[in-house]
Ligand binder design. Structure first.
Ligand SMILES: Nc1ncnc2c1ncn2[C@@H]1O[C@H](COP(=O)(O)OP(=O)(O)OP(=O)(O)O)[C@@H](O)[C@H]1O
Length: 667
């Protein structure tokens, strides 16, 4: 009697998607002698991608499938994969895998094997090559000394310039006024600061900007409000001044993010930071060169209708010198690969993000892989410390690492939160959640001492208990005449859920909101068929390059003067939303409630985070952290202590070989 089939067991227990099973079946059809464990692994490699992994680790199948199945012994399983005709085993990480094998096995995880669908292995390989290319490309060898006065103005609390009178050499060419003001600052305040080396070490914002002058690939990470955008605005000002000083044209700079809302938020922050700089006396001519608008990555790269390809790629790179990308944790493997391939030789790439947030829904965890390899940027290399001494002073030598990372990118993690909303004090809770400290989290929630934070313990349905308050928000959207105003008001409040399905899932909550609204006067006038109604919030769930509407975009249905329903979505200019006929929209659903995954990159004044009654695998500390940090002024968290404990005990970790490919070996 033959052994029971693992593939059948996976399929019959409902673990696989049709697509995963079809892949395994087609391999069996092509070669009926293919061992069952190879077929099962092929199906699992396909399933893994749908759960955000780049590949599948045969040593930990339980991470993918919780059902107790008779898993093969990992070493024997990996051996069987390594000898299969369907599995390529490239000799080196940077060699393209044979094109006739749909799977690739590489020893990426602590020497263990990771089984990839070939397409994703190739994305990872190309991404690693391109990141190395960008990071290793030589930059113009401008000496930083002439930038010292400006640097001292931009980072007044950290610059350690020579004492007054001892003017840095080579300031010619920089704006005299800038130099004069900076020299004036060289006196007492600078000397007092010099004494405080501790504060210097804390000033990672200055260090990030200084290091970026010497490195083309920079990662700046940190939680909400730690000053990532502020730091980048100052860095861009330095780059403009550097070009001016060297007699080059001002750098061509783009600000981009994975979603339109995130791009808009970044541009708003850069504009605000630039105004602050000008008010502080930074040369207006420098500030005028800073970008004022942001764009989505799709728009930056140039979508081609009805294809996943872009107008800009390796052979037609972006005409830019600096590409700044916010919310990098949301970018999946294919999109990040396409982005870096389009970055021209000699250009800078700056990635901003919060590594404690959920990784991208699609395959990736790209940011985590890059951060692993880039190491901890708290320590400068000896070469950086020496070269940047005119900006950072001798104290920089105190934090020198003698082991330069194999991957020449630089990473600085910002730790100090600056954003203060009197109404909301989230930081202690965010820290407890991020570190998985369930006891402190529950103490903080139950103690009710954090302004703006409200815990609704064991509340399963806010729509029942807080119906009037929630309804008042949604009806206010429908009362405004202006679509732009309705879209703006829509960000005042959002119900966020951990899951899509089940009683506390976005789908069911939306259905109940719709029922409540149709019971009110608001929803009485439904459009035909598709369930559209005046005041309906919409969430696009599928990219449509033709409409320039993308997964995650939020819009609103409003009736026009003739009584026809029109779906409005944000355009390039927030005051000019774009109208669509609701029947022509790509796949969409209601957005009164949405999953935390979909809310990444957005913020709302008031967030209601609804946790499910039963624990599920998607519930993790990263999910709770991402959910609560979407709130700007008020957070309402509904759920049980048990669910919060279960969530904080779980990490949303992903299988990826990117860190290994980029040179990280110390697992
Ligand atoms: N060094 C600093 N000193 C004083 N205020 C600062 C400093 N850095 C940032 N801020 C202020 O903190 C607030 C948040 O800064 P910023 O928007 O740059 O943070 P962020 O990390 O980009 O936030 P988010 O994660 O929400 O995008 C801003 O109001 C900014 O002016």
């Amino acid at each position: 009697m033959s052994a029971p089939s693992l593939l059948n067991a996976l399929w019959q227990s409902g673990q696989l998607r049709t697509l995963d099973h079809a892949l395994a079946q087609s391999l069996r059809r092509l070669d009926p002698d293919t061992p069952d464990e190879v077929l099962a692994a092929a199906a699992l490699a396909s399933l893994a991608v749908s759960q955000g992994h780049a590949g599948f680790d045969p040593a930990q199948p339980q991470m993918l499938v919780e059902a107790p199945l008779p898993w093969p012994e990992p070493e024997a399983w990996t051996r069987a994969l390594g000898t299969s005709r369907w599995v390529a085993t490239p000799e080196a990480a940077d060699i393209e895998a044979a094109t006739d094998a749909p799977l690739v096995l590489e020893h990426t995880l602590e020497g263990r094997g990771l089984l990839y669908l070939r397409r994703y292995r190739e994305y990872e390989r190309r991404l690693a090559l391109q990141l190395h290319r960008i990071a290793a490309h030589p930059l113009p060898g401008d000496a930083p000394t002439p930038l010292a006065p400006l640097f001292a103005q931009l980072f007044p609390t950290s610059s350690l310039l020579p004492p007054a009178g001892d003017k840095p050499a080579g300031t010619a060419g920089l704006d005299d006024e800038v130099a004069r003001r900076a020299s004036a600052m060289d006196g007492a305040s600078q000397r007092a600061r010099r004494a405080d080396e501790g504060a210097f070490h804390e000033d990672r914002q200055a260090r990030a900007a200084a290091v970026a002058l010497r490195h083309a690939l920079l990662l700046v990470t940190g939680g909400p409000g730690t000053g990532k955008t502020t730091t980048i605005t100052r860095l861009l000002t330095l780059l403009v001044a550097q070009a001016r000083h060297a007699g080059r044209a001002a750098p061509r700079i783009a600000l981009a993010a994975p979603t339109g809302r995130a791009a808009e938020r970044m541009a708003e922050s850069v504009r605000a930071a630039a105004q602050t700089l000008e008010a502080a006396g930074i040369d207006a001519g420098l500030c005028a060169q800073l970008p004022t608008t942001g764009t989505t990555l799709h728009r930056l790269l140039g979508t081609i209708p009805d294809t996943p390809r872009f107008r800009h790629h390796a052979d037609h790179p972006l005409p830019l010198d600096v590409v700044v990308v916010d919310e990098a944790s949301m970018i999946d493997l294919p999109l990040m690969t396409k982005l870096v391939e389009a970055v021209p030789d000699g250009a800078r790439l700056v990635l901003l993000g919060d590594p404690d947030q959920l990784p991208s829904v699609e395959a990736g965890d790209v940011l985590a892989g890059i951060l692993l390899a880039a190491g901890d940027g708290a320590h400068l290399t000896a070469a950086d410390a020496e070269a940047l001494q005119p900006l950072l002073g001798t104290a920089s030598a105190a934090a020198v690492s003698n082991v330069p990372p194999a991957f020449p990118a630089r990473h600085v993690h910002l730790t100090r939160g600056f954003r203060q909303h009197d109404a909301l004090q989230l930081a202690p809770l965010a820290i407890a959640v991020r570190t998985g400290d369930a006891t402190s989290t529950l103490d903080l929630l139950r103690g009710a001492t954090l302004p703006g934070v409200h815990f609704h313990e064991d509340l399963a349905d806010p729509l029942q208990v807080h119906r009037d308050r929630l309804l008042a928000h949604w009806t206010s959207l429908a009362r405004t005449d202006s679509p732009a105003e309705a879209l703006r008001l829509a960000t005042r409040l959002r119900l966020l859920t951990a899951v899509r399905d089940g009683p506390q899932g976005a789908r069911s909550v939306n259905a109940r909101v719709e029922a409540i609204l149709s019971g009110s006067r608001l929803g009485g006038s439904r459009g035909r068929g598709a369930g559209h109604f005046h005041g309906r919030l919409l969430l696009i769930t599928q990219n449509s390059y033709r409409h320039r509407l993308f997964n995650g975009d939020i819009g609103i249905c409003l009736r026009d003067d003739d009584g026809h329903l029109v779906a409005w979505f944000p355009g390039e200019d927030p005051s000019q939303p774009r109208p669509f006929h609701p029947a022509t929209l790509p796949a969409h659903e209601s957005a009164f409630a949405m999953t935390v995954h979909k809310a990444q990159g957005s913020e709302f004044d008031e967030v209601w985070l609804l946790l499910p009654e039963r624990s599920t695998r998607v519930l993790s500390r990263e999910l709770v952290y991402t959910g609560i940090t979407r709130a700007r002024r008020e957070l309402h968290l509904a759920g049980s202590a048990g669910i919060i404990e279960a969530a904080l005990a779980r990490h949303a970790s992903r299988w990826s070989g990117l860190g290994w490919r980029l040179g990280f070996t110390d697992y």
